[in-house]
Design a binder for this molecule. Structure first.
Ligand code: ARG
Length: 570
């Protein structure tokens, strides 16, 4: 049950107005605290403490109340009855939303022929967890890996390949599109080197950049040779993306429809924009003005078509809105990118309103902060290069290997990889999304403290107790709860309230924090309430096993929402 909601609703019903319920960190004085007397005092013009005294007997009548007491200027502390807790605590299960929404989720959004780097970590990990969360709550999500497969980087890659192999058929005037060119394929490693090299040259040599831009426009207009070459490297790139997606234990994306797919809708979108008179000429380009009189900050126009006639990032995002509207017709679209794209999405949402595609209130951009190294600057690998996603995974795996070797434990590679992934992902999830954070492969892999390995370790330990007990687990009729047991059960009951808040706030750190708090309480319980020891009476053993099982189910559901896996041993 959602204990928080139940208690809050019952108090409001009893008193006839809305009060605010708090969950104090320290539960010694109460499981909940309400400001009802403060609110009531304002309404009635009375002294809050006096009023609190009048409320106590009323609240005492509620079926779940064990004790009520007054604190400070008139807060009321409420302790819940043990049998109520025991009776109503259940393991979490898939929920059904009151109003199920269709939510298009745009995260990951990797770029073709550019290897994944540290900047893609948060969009991947947080996006995946939000997707799992929304589904758990009963919404229908459609996840888009809106790949960057149609912009200037494609022109750069093709220009580079032409520079390497000017004799290849794709570049010849008599190119024959009916032939098979699969022999011109390349390895992922080779492909990975093209874009950085081309981008570097493009910066140094304006003529090369000019060529790349012309190629981009020609590719988009259907140049047969360029398109054939594109169709050769595109699957190589998709394949490496999918490898990382699996390595990160992310849910598979529902589709890879990105910029190129969107660009197919250029014509209908242009018609909508022209009918509404939204396209203006500007220096040979065509733009959409989105500035409002009320703007204080600069608000540049969106680019619909650049001076070479190509469709830039701005334009494909408008077309993607149209595509999603005519296919999914979602209630919401959520984009998850680096916070530096805030302006782009502000512009896009304005175009959406102007063009009557989606009202801005149904479009959300979640922008995340940067991942820095210990020096406070964007994280780099030891050789000073921007870190690739594979480098990051390797660094964390190395750190886990070292720790495990030091501890003298023997764990197989699969277990090590599972722990490393948990270290990396949990650390990402536990940080507030909008702020930057410092990434240190060493500290995130510690088996103690607020880390992924600590969470997994707690789960493995609980699981091993349950396995060793090897007995049927039944709910006890009645059971006298110790403080540790009671606190743990209340935390379990708080699961639903927590994930609903995580949903409302789009805050995956609430899930990670919950996992950590739960683990702390599990470990208190584990240390103070022995289960399988010989001197433990059978009915106590049965009661504790029941609690351990509820805790394990709750923790494993939480772990699942974070996209982590529980190893068999640790
Ligand atoms: N591919 C882009 C990048 O790596 C992110 C795309 C985000 N999604 C979107 N619809 N614009 O920066």
């Amino acid at each position: 049950m959602n204990l928080y909601k139940y208690v809050s609703d019952e108090i409001n019903k009893k008193l006839g107005f809305e009060a605010k319920l708090d969950v104090p960190k320290n539960r010694d004085f109460g499981d909940f605290a309400t400001n009802a007397a403060m609110v009531g005092a304002k309404i009635a013009g009375k002294n809050p403490r006096e009023l609190a005294n009048e409320y106590l007997p009323l609240l005492q009548q509620l079926d779940f109340v064990k004790e009520v007491s007054i604190a400070g200027p008139g807060f009321i502390n409420i302790k819940i009855k043990d049998d109520f807790i025991l009776k109503n605590t259940t393991a979490p299960k898939q929920m059904s939303a009151e109003k199920p929404l269709i939510i298009d989720m745009d995260y990951g959004a990797y770029n073709v022929a550019k290897s994944l780097h540290i900047g893609h970590l948060r969009t991947s990990i947080v996006g995946d967890t939000l997707n799992r969360l929304f589904r758990f709550l009963g919404h229908k999500t459609i996840s888009y890996n809106h790949i960057g497969d149609w912009g200037r980087s494609m022109g750069l890659v093709i220009a580079w390949i032409r520079k390497l192999h000017p004799d290849w058929p794709f570049f010849q005037p008599d190119f024959d599109a009916t032939k098979d060119y699969s022999e011109y394929t390349m390895s992922a490693e080779e492909l990975d080197t093209y874009y950085p090299a081309a981008a570097k040259l493009g910066k140094e040599d304006p003529a090369f950049m000019e060529q790349a831009q012309i190629i981009t426009a020609e590719l988009q207009r259907g140049h047969a040779g360029y398109n054939a070459l594109y169709n050769i490297y595109m699957p190589v790139s998709l394949d490496s993306m999918n490898k990382i997606i699996r390595k990160l234990n992310m849910l598979p994306f529902d589709n890879d429809l990105g910029e190129r797919n969107a660009a197919k809708y250029e014509e209908p979108v242009e018609k909508i924009l022209r009918d509404k008179n939204l396209i203006e000429k500007s220096d040979g380009a065509e733009v959409i003005v989105v500035k409002k009189d009320t703007d204080n900050a600069p608000m540049p126009p969106m680019m619909f078509r650049n001076s070479r006639g190509a469709c830039p990032y701005d334009a494909t995002d408008i077309m993607a809105l149209y595509y999603r509207k005519i296919t999914d017709n979602p209630n919401k679209i959520i984009y998850l990118t680096d916070a530096r794209q805030k302006l782009h999405f502000e512009q896009l949402f304005r175009v959406s309103e102007l063009a009557d595609l989606f009202p801005a209130k149904d479009l959300e951009h979640i922008g995340y902060g940067t991942i820095n190294g210990n020096d406070g600057k964007p994280f780099k690998t030891r050789d000073g290069n921007a870190a690739g996603l594979n480098d990051i995974i390797n660094l964390v795996t190395e750190a886990v290997n070292k720790r495990v070797a030091e501890s003298g434990k023997k764990l197989d590679q699969e277990t090590i990889d599972t722990i490393a992934l948990a270290a990396l992902k949990f650390n990402d999830l536990m940080h507030d999304l909008s702020s930057d954070y410092i990434f240190d492969p060493n500290s995130v892999t510690s088996f103690e403290g607020k880390t992924g390995p600590y969470i997994l370790y707690t789960a493995v330990r609980l699981n091993s107790v349950l396995k060793r007990a090897n007995s049927d687990i039944v709910k006890p009729e009645s059971f006298e709860l110790s403080d540790e047991e009671r606190n743990l059960l209340i935390e379990i009951m708080d699961f639903e309230h927590t994930i609903l808040s995580a949903y409302d706030n789009r805050a995956t750190d609430m899930i990670a924090n919950y996992a950590y708090d739960l683990c702390q309480l599990v470990n208190n319980f584990y240390h103070n309430c022995p289960i399988l020891r010989d001197d433990i009476a059978p009915e106590i053993k049965a009661g504790r096993l029941y609690i351990a099982k509820l805790a394990f189910d709750t923790l494993s559901t939480t772990i699942d929402l974070m996209g982590l896996k529980i190893p068999n041993e640790m």
